[in-house]
Design a protein around this ligand. Structure first.
Ligand SMILES: Nc1ncnc2c1ncn2[C@@H]1O[C@H](COP(=O)(O)OP(=O)(O)OP(=O)(O)O)[C@@H](O)[C@H]1O
Length: 477
């Protein structure tokens, strides 16, 4: 069974945010389950809020709470570091950051200080750690050199924007094999060949190279101005780190080439079949379809086209087998090939609720975006819930986000994944902070089957944890 944890991270107040207007926060730990609940109260000056909007308490949904003085390194050590051995076993581990604009998602996932290793965000700290582990494996003199393949893309509606390939738009589709592919526009090549490129993978052979590529990709990340914030993250950004070798990347190029060659041949076979069937049918004056007595289907022509198509299908299959063989051969030396860390910076919490006070100011476009983001976030929660309940049917098809993440989720059996909710203690952000925590509460409760929480003080063995009694979030009860 895979493990999915939900963490909360409070960011410090910034210079202009007066400490007097901080959200009052308390946490309570259920030691039997090692889970915490959070209560927040709006600062007294927020008179504009309705009574029910001034106080909120969660269930025992959170696996841990990071305080404003916890460093990125502290977060990495507790959240991601335990997953690195899984990645080195060739597994996937997924990490989601969710929070409103300015709450600390970028600080948490990428970081702003690249000089001090303690301040690297989770993605870069993981890359640093992984690169070190791979260099140890490579130094053992194996015939394979392992590196990290980097992919960065963002999800806008039902399209993936490839940030390492000039922002190429990729369409998310389910293939005949039931797998989800994100592929670019169809390119027409010579000899009628057709090519559709997958999301680009940048091979990185050391940490410095990866850091450069990541920063270049993120510069392209779209941010848009909105009526609510100077800058708002309205898209989900996905960063994948995969253990690769040159041979693996080459084999994937070959699969893509063979698939490109198959497309026109497959189309010709389909066209010939349809043409023959159409000629063999007549439409009568009263609109009925009857067989055409003057035409005999040219079965030889259909068979010839199908035979050619089968040749090309077999070439695709051979190329796919070569890719599989690379995994088999590499696994004899080390199982790390294909291991992945996936970081998802989810679109902002300001778009979660359509009933919050900010929503009134939303433009029609922002409202539409809000609905789409809402669909994605709720679908994600349902997928996490269905997986934790061990259900046979997981609703991946409910949204483009879950379709796209399906492959990663499916590779996460018996591995560790987590969601980090980034929140601001600023009183002005109370509504957005509450929305973020509410979403984390839904995910956490859905995820923890047995932890439907009673109200405060109802259950023995629960007490306010001393370790959470740190400023600036004072204990109110
Ligand atoms: N835990 C933290 N410790 C110190 N500073 C932080 C922390 N979290 C956030 N900050 C600071 O707060 C500011 C906003 O953070 P950040 O840019 O990460 O927010 P964001 O959620 O990514 O916003 P957006 O969605 O608009 O891009 C930055 O100046 C960042 O350095």
């Amino acid at each position: 069974m895979s493990e999915f944890k939900v963490w909360t991270r409070w960011r410090p107040t910034e210079g202009i945010e007066a400490p007097t207007s901080e959200i009052h926060c308390q946490s309570q730990e259920d030691e039997s389950q090692s889970r915490s609940r959070i209560s927040i109260t709006s600062p007294l000056h927020a008179k504009s809020l309705l009574q029910r909007e001034q106080w909120w308490t969660s269930g025992f949904s959170f696996d841990g709470i990071f305080q404003p003085d916890d460093s990125n390194h502290d977060v990495f050590e507790r959240v991601v570091s335990p997953a690195i051995p899984d990645v080195l076993r060739g597994k996937s581990c997924n990490f989601f950051a969710y929070g409103h604009s300015g709450s600390g998602k970028t600080h948490t996932i990428i970081g702003y200080d690249f000089e001090h290793k303690n301040e690297l965000g989770l993605c870069l700290a993981s890359a640093h750690h992984l690169a070190k582990e791979l260099s140890v494996i490579n130094a053992q003199g194996t015939v394979f050199e392992f590196g990290i393949g980097l992919r960065i893309y963002e999800l806008r509606k039902n399209k993936a924007i490839d940030l390492l390939n000039d922002g190429q738009e990729c369409f998310i589709r389910e293939g005949p094999d039931g797998r989800i592919h994100a592929r670019g526009e169809t390119e027409l090549l010579e000899n009628g060949k057709v090519r559709v490129r997958p999301i680009a993978t940048r091979p990185c052979w050391d940490f410095g190279q990866l850091q450069d590529e990541l920063q270049k990709g993120l510069i392209r990340r779209r941010t848009a101005t909105s009526s609510m914030h100077d800058q708002s993250s309205r898209t989900h950004a996905i960063m994948e780190l995969e253990v690769i070798t040159k041979d693996l990347l080459e084999a994937r190029i070959q699969v893509n080439e063979r698939q490109s060659e198959l497309v026109p041949v497959g189309k010709i076979a389909t066209d010939i079949y349809i043409e023959e069937q159409t000629r063999a049918i007549l439409v009568t004056a009263d609109g009925k379809y009857v067989s055409n007595p003057d035409y005999k289907i040219d079965q030889e022509r259909i068979d010839a086209a199908e035979t050619k198509k089968a040749e090309f299908e077999s070439a695709v299959q051979n190329a796919e087998e070569c890719e599989t063989e690379i995994f088999t051969a590499t696994a004899r030396v080390h199982p790390c090939l294909g291991g992945k860390l996936v970081f998802v910076d989810l679109a902002g919490a300001e778009f979660l609720s359509t009933s919050n006070t900010n929503a009134i100011k939303q433009t029609p476009l922002e409202k539409q975006q809000g609905k789409e983001i809402n669909t994605d976030l709720l679908a994600l929660k349902e997928v996490i819930r269905a997986r934790s309940l061990g259900q046979s049917r997981i609703p991946y098809r409910s949204s483009p986000l879950t379709m796209l993440l399906r492959e990663h989720f499916e590779a996460t059996s018996d591995t560790r994944s987590a969601m980090i909710l980034t929140v601001s203690p600023s009183g002005d952000q109370f509504g957005a902070t509450m929305n973020t925590l509410k979403y984390g509460d839904l995910v956490g409760l859905a995820n923890a089957r047995s932890s439907l929480a009673p109200s405060v003080g109802q259950k023995k063995g629960q007490r306010i944890s001393k370790k959470n009694q740190r400023p600036p979030h004072e204990i109110l009860i």
